[in-house]
Design a protein. Structure first.
Length: 238
């Protein structure tokens, strides 16, 4: 019987000869063996299905033909604000115009004929100035056509008497105003006779003279002033 090579303990088991069981088969170990137990990679065999990776769903790309970008609301907001501002301005203008319509126009003040310590008679009135006191009397008056053809002229004969202090007099201290309140200055060219002079009266003294005015015929009030301050006024009898 031929001698066995050293280390061979199992007769007929040649690990290097094809068809011979290997050491793993002899030992009963589980390996791939003749039929592998893993997944098959043979052509045509069903392939394993891969699971979806973790994370959110991918966003689908919009269709360029049907996609419409979202419209901004900013233009609409700006338009609404502009309309609101215009409406507010119009409302304020209407309120101001309404208030302006309700304001009553105040006529310009006219020179007052008020005077302290006035005693009125038919054609006479007492007056007081800053330097004395006296009485103004209308002796007579006449109406005629104005010499310049500009309407009617009124001529008034007056008397000024001083009762106390000193009373200054001057024909240009006299003016006349009509029923509408229009004021007319002295018209010396319409005086037919002695014009009232210029001077100062002491207590107990008096002077007489004429003053005239181009004024519409009607109700007239004679105004006497002292240094641009109204002293007294007397209605001219008609």
């Amino acid at each position: 019987m031929p001698n066995q090579p050293p280390g061979s303990e199992t007769p007929g088991a040649d690990p290097f000869r094809p068809g011979s069981p290997g050491p793993e088969s002899l030992d009963g170990a589980s390996g791939m063996g003749s039929t592998p137990s893993g997944p098959s990679f043979a052509p045509g065999s069903p392939q394993p299905r891969w699971s979806r990776p973790l994370g959110p769903e991918p966003v689908a790309r919009p269709d360029p033909e049907t996609y419409r970008p979202p419209q901004s609301r900013l233009p609409a907001v700006l338009t609404a604000l502009a309309v609101g501002v215009v409406a507010l301005v119009v409302a304020l203008a209407s309120v101001l115009a309404h208030r302006a319509d309700q304001v009553v126009a105040i006529p310009s003040p006219t020179r007052s004929a008020a005077s302290p310590h006035i005693t009125v008679t038919k054609d006479s009135i007492e007056f007081t100035t800053r330097s004395g006191a006296g009485r103004l009397t209308i002796l007579d008056h006449t109406w005629r056509d104005a010499q310049n053809g500009g309407g009617s002229a009124l001529q008034v004969r007056i008397r000024i008497a001083c009762s106390s202090g000193v009373v200054d007099y001057d024909p240009f201290d006299f003016q006349a105003f009509d029923a509408s309140g229009s004021l007319f200055d002295l018209a010396t060219e319409e005086v037919d006779g002695p014009l009232l002079g210029v001077g100062a009266l002491q207590a107990g003294e008096q002077t007489t003279g004429l003053v005239a005015f181009v004024i519409p015929r009607g109700e007239v009030t004679l105004l006497m002033s002292d240094d641009a301050d109204s002293v007294t006024a007397l209605k001219v009898p008609d």
